[in-house]
Write a protein that binds this ligand. Sequence first.
Ligand SMILES: NC(=O)c1ccc[n+]([C@@H]2O[C@H](COP(=O)([O-])OP(=O)(O)OC[C@H]3O[C@@H](n4cnc5c(N)ncnc54)[C@H](O)[C@@H]3O)[C@@H](O)[C@H]2O)c1
Length: 251
Amino acid sequence: MDLANKVAIITGAGGGMGGEVIRKFLEKGAKVSAVDINVDAIAELEEKYPEHLLVTKADLTDEGSVNAVVQKTVDTYQKVDILLNVAGMAQSAKNIEDVSLKEWEQIMAINSTAVFLTSKAVVPFMKEKNEGSIINVASVSVDRPRPGLNAYVASKGATISFTKALAIELAPYNIRVNAINPGPADTKMLAEFVPAGGDEGDVKENTFLKSVPLGRLITPEDIANCAIYLSSDLAEIITGSVVNVDGGRGI
Ligand SMILES: NC(=O)c1ccc[n+]([C@@H]2O[C@H](COP(=O)([O-])OP(=O)(O)OC[C@H]3O[C@@H](n4cnc5c(N)ncnc54)[C@H](O)[C@@H]3O)[C@@H](O)[C@H]2O)c1
């Protein structure tokens, strides 16, 4: 699964999954345009891959910033083959009565609207080449919701519906659109799902870990492996699919 000569825009670069996905894409030979509001975590990769890594600090909920990142990527690497939307935010579990409109809108903005904005910006460049792969990281919680994650689950459900809608719209242009549903993953985000005042360690061990039939939390590497496959030519006939990378949590 060689990604040499492929150009990938990867969001969520500063996070647990995004950082590892970028590392693996670089190892496979891709040129990567990495985006996040916080890019500190990938500073060492910038030094290691000066020719293959372009890092931009940007808010993905802002249309102008998203358009500028995509244009900068094309100016630098001449094309975009892959868009991988990893950025997102969690929701601390709470009853619907306690969810403010502001919190709902913030979660929707990064988990759903940013996926619309990045897709809208890259599609013209992909149509030009009659080729492309868009991968959106959603969540297995859409199939197996936990109480109190109302806004989060809704935002990821919208992303899955959007993935399928774009897959059918863009198939005539040979642009594939797929989603990955991670199960509970061992990143800093996992603790952010715990209700205020909850015991993070206990919830991780006794709720999240125990919910995975294969018996371990999902790693960023598991997500990276799936993203590489979906990006590669081996997946050339796969579009509109939602792949659970979840150790069986979605069963
Ligand atoms: N960790 C889990 O258990 C889990 C499970 C299912 C799905 N997911 C999804 O996987 C993806 C990656 O999660 P992670 O575990 O790496 O989380 P993380 O918190 O480590 O990373 C998320 C990244 O998104 C970035 N981000 C948030 N808002 C942004 C904005 N407005 N503009 C630019 N960047 C922004 C953050 O700065 C952060 O670096 C997310 O979409 C998440 O919803 C995670």
